[in-house]
Design a protein around this ligand. Structure first.
Ligand SMILES: *Cc1c(COP(=O)(O)O)cnc(C)c1O
Ligand code: SF4
Length: 421
């Protein structure tokens, strides 16, 4: 029988089977925090990934259900009082003000990365690194469930008017044809794997018209949140056939799969989903951020990477949570992050050491922390807006007691000053 997707958000949170194990006050907290951050879950996540007997410490519960601590005490109290006392308009304004204060567009993504074509701004496209363009189709500005730590959270809330999305493909195609150095298109969102096969096909067919494109990447968390997509959903076979067109056209199909914990790789359904993707010639690379209260342990990462390699996936990036939203709640310090990365890498076979990290996506590029010795940070841009800066090692020192982000670091040598902008 075809799998049926059942979605839950704040409106029907009380219909979640088993939700009554949560105390009422906890549900009230979730509702309040969800005024700021989006909340959504589904039957697969609820039934297969969360251990309801121990939900308080469960990594996937924390990954999916907003926690009170994601807001500062001040914002939380303001909201709580505001909900009781303010008019609808005032309350909406308060929500908006809090959201704007949470740096909804980190790493300059709304100002620096949007390309122009003959003076016209290309909406829904980001071009930061020479070879790779990000494409945000308007059809997939949602996900099968939402992550509490998502750095794209403004994509899913209304009223901010900060969504990145493209309503048509023609400007993208013209841009790709005019910039032949672009070899990779990364379809992202949201989760492109919420699209049905018919809509996805129109995007894939259009992209395959561009000869200079060598790789189509698809950024997705559906292997974790809804693996039925590639196995037993009504549209599954058709979807796989559409994806296979990329491989049949002689191009590389790269599934950039988002995982945060080994639990997500443990069901037989996800193993079948991975196998089905590999059968059509896709390569699956995995990435995800290091998060307090969810996966801040080297054993969790080592276990996850081992499972990925066993299932035929290639570990790719360990990110650090970006400077937006509830970063204050999820971010480990840089020394802790490096320790977790290294102790995880030390446990695994060379085949899992393709995972690079810890990595920060910042305005200038992707910064890897290579080492920290005597308070000197050894850093490297894995990607830089200017290709000539890529892969050079440079040094930094911390400006604060417990650095969690690149902006907490500064240069040691004057000649590296431009790398810290
Ligand atoms: C991470 C990222 C990419 C892809 O970088 P790779 O190192 O090639 O995986 C492309 N564009 C943006 C804006 C990114 O943040
Ligand atoms: S699946 Fe990805 S885009 Fe969607 S909420 Fe999670 S991190 Fe954000």
């Amino acid at each position: 029988m075809a799998a049926k997707y059942k979605s839950y958000s704040i409106g029907n949170i009380h219909n979640i089977p088993g939700i009554n194990v949560l105390e009422d006050s906890m549900i009230e907290d979730i509702k309040l925090v969800a005024e700021i951050y989006p909340f959504k879950t589904n039957n697969y996540v609820l039934e297969n990934l969360i251990d309801w007997d121990n939900f308080v410490n469960d990594p996937i519960f924390r990954l999916n259900f907003p926690a009170r601590e994601m807001l500062t005490n001040e914002d939380f109290e303001q909201l709580r009082l505001g909900r009781e006392r303010m008019s609808v308009d005032e309350y909406q304004q308060l929500i908006n003000d809090i959201r704007v204060g949470l740096n909804p567009h980190p790493a300059g993504q709304s100002s620096f990365n949007i390309p122009f074509d003959n003076g016209v701004k290309l909406e829904g496209i980001q071009h930061k690194y020479k070879t790779t363009v990000l494409f945000f189709p308007s059809h997939n500005q949602t996900c099968h469930a939402y992550c509490t730590f998502c750095f794209r959270w403004p994509q899913f809330v209304s009223g901010l008017n900060m969504k990145i999305q493209a309503k048509e493909t023609e400007p993208l195609i013209n841009y790709l044809k005019a910039n032949k150095c672009i070899t990779d298109v990364l379809i992202t969102g949201g989760d492109p794997m919420v699209m049905n096969s018919r809509i996805l096909e129109s995007y894939i067919d259009t992209l395959l018209e561009v000869d200079s494109i060598e790789t189509i990447r698809i950024g997705t968390k559906s292997l974790s949140f809804w693996p039925h997509k590639f196995v037993d959903e009504e549209d599954a076979d058709k979807l796989l056939a559409v994806l296979k067109k990329v491989v049949d056209a002689g191009k590389h199909l790269a599934i950039m799969a988002h995982f945060n914990h080994g639990v997500e790789l443990s069901s037989s359904l996800v193993a079948t989903a991975i196998l089905n993707l590999k059968k059509i010639g896709a390569e699956i690379r995995t990435q995800g951020p290091l998060l307090k209260s969810i996966n801040n342990s080297s054993n969790v990462w080592a276990d996850m990477w081992k499972k990925q390699v066993q299932l035929g996936c290639v570990p790719y990036y360990m990110f650090l949570p970006r400077d937006t939203g509830a970063q204050h709640y999820f971010a480990e310090t840089l020394p802790n992050a490096l320790k977790i990365y290294r102790e995880a890498i030390q446990q695994v076979s060379g085949l899992a050491r393709t995972a690079r990290g810890p990595v920060m996506s910042v305005v200038t590029g992707k910064v890897e922390v290579l080492d920290i010795k005597n308070d000197v940070y050894y850093l490297r841009y894995l990607q830089h807006r200017s290709p000539e800066e890529t892969y050079k090692i440079f040094l930094g020192k911390s400006k604060v007691e417990a650095p969690t982000w690149f902006s907490d670091l500064e240069y040691i040598n004057e000649e590296d000053a431009h790398l810290f902008i």
